[in-house]
Design a protein around this ligand. Structure first.
Ligand code: PEP
Length: 248
């Protein structure tokens, strides 16, 4: 890919709670055959039970994989949780943390999200820290304040930690709704995040956009100077659509 963009491009899929053994194999086969990593860094974040399958099928390919969550704890009496060390055993490169569905459905606080990011980093996994405002918050003129609040404990982890993370701006009102932020709306928030990162001496941190990204809107989002790629939910389950996003 020819690009003058300052940072490497990254496109990550989030399968959410979708998939089955046969369907995953078919999807990964279609993705692998097309070699999307020729265009950008490329990966899929899959449900925990499929990590072994994905590791087996993608080992040696240029497609990376990861999880959709990680515990903030190392080990112990935390029924149902999965530690970063466990993810390492399955070859994970990435772990999403603070996805809006985790924040809203599982009550994850801003501090817990930062703790999870720190746990992933300590194990050598790149956390993809998701932030984003609800529709009410946007309409109330609070978008940047919400992003600032969500990011505060993450930024407090310091420059060394931040330099090994990826951030993702995902407006809640755009996730799974088919309603994408316009490139200008997304850029406004990405630019504010970039200014904060610059202030901490880490302007090179990749900041992804997520929220109903499709082949039809990917190129216009990627044309924005502070958007470094995408976190893709629904469209990552359709090989052809996901590949066209990577090619954009
Ligand atoms: C997501 O799950 O992170 C996401 C952005 O979903 P969608 O692309 O379906 O809006």
């Amino acid at each position: 890919m020819t690009t003058t963009h300052a940072r490497a491009r990254l496109v990550l899929g989030n399968w959410k709670m979708h998939g089955n053994l046969a369907g995953n194999a078919a999807l990964l086969d279609a993705l692998g055959t097309a070699d999307p990593a020729a265009h950008c860094q490329f990966g899929v974040c899959v449900p925990f039970p499929y990590l072994a399958q994905v590791q087996q099928l993608l080992e040696g390919s240029s497609i990376a994989w990861g999880a959709q969550d990680v515990s903030k704890h190392d080990k112990g009496a935390y029924t149902g949780e999965v530690s970063a060390a466990m993810l390492v055993e399955f070859g994970c490169t990435w772990a999403l943390v603070g996805h809006s569905e985790r924040r809203s459905l599982h009550g994850e606080s801003d501090q817990m999200v930062a703790d999870k990011a720190a746990a992933a980093l300590a194990a050598g996994i790149t956390p993809v820290v998701c932030v984003g405002e609800s529709l009410d918050e946007r309409e109330g003129g609070n978008t940047l304040g919400v992003i600032q609040r969500q990011l505060a404990p993450v930024l407090a982890l310091g420059a060394d930690a931040l330099a090994r993370m990826v951030l993702a701006y995902e407006p809640v009102w755009a996730i799974g709704t088919g309603r994408t932020a316009s490139p200008e709306q997304a850029q406004e928030v990405h630019s504010a995040i970039r200014v904060a990162l610059q202030g901490l001496g880490v302007p090179q941190v990749q900041v992804l956009y997520g929220g109903s990204v499709k082949a039809a809107n990917a190129a216009s989002l990627f044309a924005m100077p502070d958007i470094d790629g995408a976190l893709v939910g629904g469209a990552s389950l359709v090989a052809d659509e996901f590949l066209r996003i990577a090619a954009a």
